[in-house]
Design a protein around this ligand. Structure first.
Ligand code: ADP
Ligand code: MG
Ligand code: MG
Length: 243
């Protein structure tokens, strides 16, 4: 059962060069999907179209079978949470509790409910002991988890993460990925945008491979176009392929 469908989408910034070309793929409910492709392939662009920052010039995006193209960014954010690659700088003096509570407070949720939901989310994210700490006291990996918690607290069905492990050392990488695996097992559909083959092979159920804005593969056994243009066969879950 598809929860999200990208259908025959074309896109160009300011009517210039085509960035996405008749792109179609779907995401199944409960799936951990990776969207992979080298730098400039159009990965971040498709995530911005899904969240409503830009509109496709052709095609459609459906959530549970219904087009969301007319929905505002805010309406889409109720269903689809987005963790950007470079999220807005968090104010380092802010307490973790307040940072995660922000999205609920701007939605006018009562303080009692805010407290309950933020506490639950912080527990799931392993951040509860740090709830009264300032953000500046956290490690890089913990900060990334605060960003994810801020999305998770809003109860989205789907989370899109753009390069969640970029620039992380191995310990933080594992910490973030194990955490995402856990929330996926709790029923949240995850779309992982990455150019990291290790992440794709070790953690995700399926991969969509983008090359110059077009899908070149979508299967469990896929051909991978590496940076030097060599096509390699990778069987997810069985083979490990590195760039
Ligand atoms: P990826 O995330 O796969 O690295 P992007 O989606 O960021 O790729 O970019 C795809 C293409 O679109 C690149 O050629 C990039 O230069 C171009 N691009 C990205 N953002 C903009 C923008 N705001 N205006 C014009 N071109 C852009
Ligand atoms: Mg899964
Ligand atoms: Mg990108």
């Amino acid at each position: 059962e598809s929860i999200l469908e990208v259908k025959n989408v074309d896109f160009s910034y300011n009517g210039r060069r085509k960035i996405l070309n008749n792109l179609s793929f779907d995401v199944k409910k409960g799936e951990m999907l990776s969207v992979i492709g080298k730098n400039g392939a159009g990965k971040s662009t498709i995530s911005k179209l899904i969240c409503g920052f830009y509109k496709p010039t052709k095609g459609d995006i459906l959530y549970k079978g219904k087009s969301i193209l007319k929905d505002s960014i805010k309406e889409r954010a109720e269903k689809i949470g987005m963790v950007m690659q470079n999220p807005n700088q968090m104010i380092s003096k802010t307490m973790i509790f307040d940072e995660v509570a922000l999205g609920l407070r701007v939605r006018g949720v009562s303080e009692d409910e805010v407290k309950e939901r933020v506490f639950n989310t912080l527990k799931v994210c392993g951040l509860f002991p740090f709830r009264n700490w300032p953000i500046s006291a956290l490690s890089f990996g913990q900060k990334k988890r605060v960003t994810i918690a801020s999305i998770l607290v809003l109860n989205p069905d789907i989370i899109i993460l753009d390069e969640p492990t970029a620039g992380q050392d191995f310990n933080h990488y594992t910490e973030i990925m194990e955490f995402l695996k856990k929330i996926n097992e709790r029923g949240i559909t995850i779309i992982m945008i990455t150019h990291d083959m290790h992440l794709m092979v070790e953690y995700t159920d399926r991969a969509v491979v983008l090359c110059d804005g077009e899908k070149i593969a979508d299967d469990e056994a896929i051909n991978i176009l590496t940076d030097d243009g060599i096509i390699k066969k990778a069987n997810l879950k069985e083979t490990s392929v590195y760039q």
